[in-house]
Design a protein around this ligand. Structure first.
Ligand code: CU
Length: 116
């Protein structure tokens, strides 16, 4: 193996290692947001988070039935059983308003994540 090939292999390995470190850091540095759901309403109806930071939405379903948290713009969906809780991991986002809803009650049960 030539020196230049060895160097490029080493560079590739370093790049791969860096990717793993970045992914691990992502989950650890996530901003946690508490959100609850009951009677077809999110509480609070609007949540906020800083831009360019991974987000962990801690959702508690206080209702009597299952719900499905969904956001098309955030690319997440998760079913949460009655009385259950779930963590919804959201990638770092650009500033903006990202709507979410309970897919089982899409017209009325809506909320938004405002990223600044
Ligand atoms: Cu769905």
């Amino acid at each position: 193996m030539s020196l230049s090939r060895m160097l490029s292999s080493a560079t590739l390995l370093a790049a791969i290692a860096l990717v793993f470190v970045v992914f691990a850091a992502d989950a650890e540095n996530a901003v946690e947001i508490q959100l609850s759901y009951k009677d077809k309403k999110f509480d609070p109806a609007e949540i906020g988070a800083p831009a360019n930071t991974p987000i962990a939405i801690k959702l508690r379903n206080l209702g009597a039935g299952a719900m499905e948290f969904e956001s098309k713009t955030l690319h997440v969906e998760k079913v949460v059983a009655a009385g259950g809780d779930a963590t919804i991991n959201v990638r770092a986002q650009k500033p903006g308003r990202y709507e979410f809803f309970d897919e089982y009650n899409e017209k009325t049960a809506r909320g938004a994540l405002v990223v600044k």
